[in-house]
Ligand binder design. Structure first.
Ligand SMILES: Cc1cc2nc3c(=O)[nH]c(=O)nc-3n(C[C@H](O)[C@H](O)[C@H](O)COP(=O)(O)O)c2cc1C
Length: 504
């Protein structure tokens, strides 16, 4: 008859072998066991485990064991291997298609599908200034029958995203069947409202006119929400609005519920939580605030399966919560947009800030004072402005040739494009682990990484080489379940000292 005491408190709580717990005795001195006590006065409790957390319908919709997914990480950092590891563990991974060549994305999707053999996965669809590239990606995802996308960075849903959503939608026995699921990642109220609403009518009309969707698909559009699920993303690694989860999540869940009541859909749009999740108790906090599921990001980048260099993984394993900072980013550089990055062992944040300040202050590179120009060319670009402009032109001659004559006429724009060469390459140097560019690496990371490192200190998970994404996801949710049961039992009268302090 296992009894909860300091020795075995982890062994019995949230353990599938003991589905029911019995609590007896007086308040403050309760005894918890897995066998019915002899006393007459006792409580009977279901012993919840990792699988019991999160929305049951969410897990059913995607075919998941656990209500957790790993968010996309651009440049293939959320690699095929990472997505496969999470899928095999009963969670789901979102493949980091951002910044990847289409042929590589295609190959990686084939690899994921073959390895997972029907198990769940997603591919990231990122809002893209190049509408054709986004449409090409959506078309490929439809052709490859990718079952779900994680849609992010959208302010307004694009035609490409609406196409993915509506292609193949049909009515069967009075129910609308939607083959393509969307989980939209948002951090603003107005964006959430757009994803809880049906796909925008203008996009539907235009897609119908151009033959992308059929009349039946267009007719059903206003009966479904654009997204099945909304991930509310609080302060996180990479692009972030830096808002705290505890403020945002309950408010946005209420907003989503209010908004969808206007439409009377057949299905409920669920809301999950991401940003800052690096410990079991962070997962529990999110579930207790009403999250249908939780999303991890930064912690996965440090895992063996992530598509980044061992050098970066080593830095991530040593990162503390205070080691992250906001710094200018490559896309939207001119608008002053920022990303959350590591500030330890790299000068990226300072260098990018210097480039941004010069861009804002001066009309051209030539107008920057000589000493600053020298510092930029020698210490940051490590080449002359003119040489980098030649490289930049080569790039744009394939990617978007119209930019070249515009920049030749507009010296401020030319300066921005050259500076963006540095900002864009700095994240690739991190992925490659380029030893020449150690101090220029742009490593996206949020506070969740430091929180995780502190949490697992003194265990085998301190070492980067022991971190596997699937095991880590299970650890987070097992810990979530353990702490839920512990807190519940303390509220029901168990003495807090009964529980060991060293359980993760
Ligand atoms: C290295 C890195 C790259 C990221 N790239 C993307 C991306 O391409 N698309 C996206 O939707 N989110 C991206 N994110 C956000 C994650 O998917 C996830 O939502 C976020 O990291 C969760 O917050 P956390 O970092 O605090 O755990 C990235 C995050 C990191 C750490």
């Amino acid at each position: 008859m296992p009894i909860v005491n300091q020795k075995n408190s982890c062994g019995i709580l949230a353990n599938e072998q003991f589905p029911v717990l019995y609590v007896s005795g007086q308040k403050g001195q309760s005894v918890i066991s897995d066998e019915k006590p002899e006393e007459e006065d006792f409580f009977r409790l279901p012993n919840l485990t990792a699988q019991d957390f999160g929305d049951a319908e969410f897990k059913k919709t995607y075919g998941l064991k656990y209500a957790l997914y790993g968010g996309a990480m651009a440049n293939g950092i959320a690699s095929a291997d990472l997505v496969i590891a999470l899928g095999k563990a009963g969670c789901m991974g979102s493949y980091g298609s951002g910044g990847m060549r289409p042929d590589i994305v295609e190959k990686d999707i084939d690899k994921i599908k073959a390895a997972l053999d029907g198990k769940p996965y997603m591919v990231n669809m990122l809002s893209n200034r190049n509408a054709q590239a986004e449409l090409d990606l959506a078309k490929m995802l439809v052709e490859k029958e990718v079952p779900a996308v994680e849609a992010s960075a959208y302010i307004t849903p694009s035609e490409a995203l609406v196409y993915y959503r509506l292609k193949g939608i049909r009515q069967e026995n009075g129910r609308i069947v939607i083959p393509h699921k969307i989980i939209a990642k948002v951090s603003r109220e107005e964006v959430l409202e757009k994803f809880v609403s049906p796909p925008p009518a203008e996009a539907v009309t235009s897609l119908l006119k151009d033959g992308w969707i059929t009349a039946e698909e267009a007719t059903l559009a206003d009966k479904i929400p654009l997204a099945d699920d909304i991930t509310v993303e609080a302060d996180s690694g990479g692009h972030t609005d830096g808002r705290p989860l505890v403020s945002m999540l309950p408010a946005l869940i209420a907003l989503a519920n209010r908004k969808q009541a206007e439409f009377g859909y057949q299905q409920k749009v669920r809301v999950g939580a991401g940003g800052g999740i690096g410990t079991g108790l962070s997962c529990l906090g999110a579930f207790e605030m009403g999250a249908a599921y939780v999303v991890t990001g930064s912690v996965n980048q440090g895992c063996v399966e992530a598509g980044t260099s061992d050098y970066v993984k080593q830095i991530l394993a040593e990162t503390e919560m205070a080691d992250v900072i906001m710094a200018p980013c490559a896309d939207m550089f001119e608008m002053g947009a920022k990303v959350e990055v590591i500030k330890k062992k790299t000068m990226y944040a300072q260098n990018a800030q210097k480039l941004y300040e010069c861009y804002v202050k001066y009309p051209s590179f030539e107008a920057i004072p000589a000493a600053d120009r020298e510092r930029i060319e020698k210490k940051i670009l490590r080449d002359s402005f003119d040489n980098i402009w030649k490289n930049t032109k080569d790039y744009f001659s394939k990617a978007d040739p119209s930019k070249i004559p515009q920049a030749e006429k507009n010296p401020k724009m030319k300066m921005a494009l050259v500076f963006r060469w540095y900002l864009g390459n700095s994240s690739r140097w991190a992925v490659q682990g380029n030893p020449e560019r150690k101090f220029d690496m742009q490593i996206w990371c949020g506070q969740a990484m430091g929180a995780f490192n502190l949490w697992v200190k003194g265990t085998s998970l301190e070492k980067a080489e022991n971190r596997h994404a699937g095991e880590l996801a299970e650890l987070l949710l097992n810990s979530c379940a353990y702490h839920y049961m512990k807190n519940l039992l303390i509220r029901m009268g168990a003495a807090p000292e009964t529980f060991r302090e060293d359980i993760l």
